[in-house]
Design a binder for this molecule. Sequence first.
Ligand code: HEM
Length: 163
Amino acid sequence: MISLAAIPADVLPRAGVAYVHYLSFMVCFGALVLERRLIKPDPNKQEATLMVITDVVYGLAALALLVSGIMRVLYFGQGSSFYTENPLFWWKVGTYLAVGGLSLYPTITYILWALPLRKGELPKVSTQLANRLAWILNIELAGFAAIPLLATLMARGVGLPSA
Ligand code: HEM
């Protein structure tokens, strides 16, 4: 049986922040896959509303991912210099920021949809816009799939100047 008293005091907060990091990653990925499946020209009200909701969930999970990542660097990881001295860490952060930057386009598009939706009107989505959004989501998904590889290497010190 697991004895809670035998677990060192710092372990549970570390595990908790790591869990938030993984959970928010999964929610981000799931939301992006759903968004990718939903995107189509001239969606009906239900589909357009679901896309707006999915994007909000994605945004909140991306924020939780960032905050939990920063907390791991600062307080719950292997010491901040273990990460900041590793170029793979900066590639990871850069890929996250690039994906985040790319997602501004779909997000702004959905915010513009939310306005007519509130008045009960359907957004006008051309085939060209649907294709563009689909491609942006494809690239975001590829970026998200690459980040855990950078993370697992970085966590094991690969890329550190002395490694
Ligand atoms: C700027 C944002 C991020 C920061 C600052 C950050 C920071 C960190 C830190 C400090 C660790 C702990 C490494 C260790 O155990 O020593 C970690 C682990 C991890 N991160 Fe992130 N992270 C960020 C974004 C992401 C994203 C976007 C993903 C996924 C798409 C991700 C996936 C992972 C995974 C899978 C691990 C576990 C690695 C392992 O233990 O093998 N992180 N991250």
